[in-house]
Design a protein around this ligand. Structure first.
Ligand SMILES: O=P(O)(O)OC[C@H]1O[C@H](OP(=O)(O)OP(=O)(O)O)[C@H](O)[C@@H]1O
Ligand SMILES: Nc1ncnc2[nH]cnc12
Length: 176
């Protein structure tokens, strides 16, 4: 299998290149279960986090442990936007999203319990990869709908297009 070598701080990984759509492949970056990469990326991104951020918001699931490390390092709390609506949620706010790696609609759901932690606050969105920007767009819509201000977007990698609005540790090409 072809691979693409990346560096996350002092850690090196060979990412497998996998097809995600007809004629499009990505270097798959899956942090789940990779403690070394998660710790390194989380510490690096925490150093780059603007001081005036109140709260981190991350989408389930691959970026979850990254948000945990940034939270621990920065002392800022984090909120997880889920991908399924649960019966225990209070007045959930949901948006559909199509990411490049999933290719079909998924839900992004904010539990109403968490709205007060976002309303009137400066938010940093945390994700592992920002690619088509579909996930970022829907996260922004949810945060702004409940009165939060997206003041930073932090990711380990951008992918495809350049994204000057994203603070990232590196960039991944799309393979076409
Ligand atoms: O910019 P985009 O094209 O929206 O792609 C970025 C999103 O895609 C991935 O999530 P994925 O859909 O693979 O879900 P998962 O983390 O639940 O596996 C990744 O974790 C980002 O959230
Ligand atoms: N290269 C990639 N690896 C993992 N998740 C992604 N989401 C978008 N691009 C991705």
């Amino acid at each position: 299998m072809n691979s693409h070598t990346v560096h996350v701080g002092r850690v090196t990984r060979d990412l497998p290149i996998v097809p995600v759509a007809p004629g499009v492949s990505v270097a798959l970056f899956n942090m789940l279960g990779d403690t070394e990469v998660t710790e390194e990326a989380g510490r690096e991104l925490a150093r780059l986090l603007p001081a005036d951020i109140d709260v981190l918001v991350t989408p389930e699931v691959k970026a979850l442990s990254l948000a945990h490390v940034i939270s621990r390092e920065s002392g800022k709390p984090y909120i997880v936007i889920r991908k399924t609506q649960k019966p225990y949620m209070v007045e959930p706010i949901a948006r559909e999203v199509v990411s490049i790696t999933t290719g079909k609609p998924q839900l992004l759901v904010l539990d109403g319990f968490d709205v007060a932690k976002i309303r009137g606050h400066k938010v940093a969105i945390v994700d592992d990869v920002v690619s088509s920007g579909g996930t970022l767009h829907s996260l922004r819509q949810i945060i702004e709908e409940v009165g939060g201000e997206v003041a930073a977007v932090m990711a380990v990698f951008t992918e495809g297009d350049e994204r000057p609005e994203v603070t990232a540790l590196g960039h991944l090409p799309l393979f076409k």
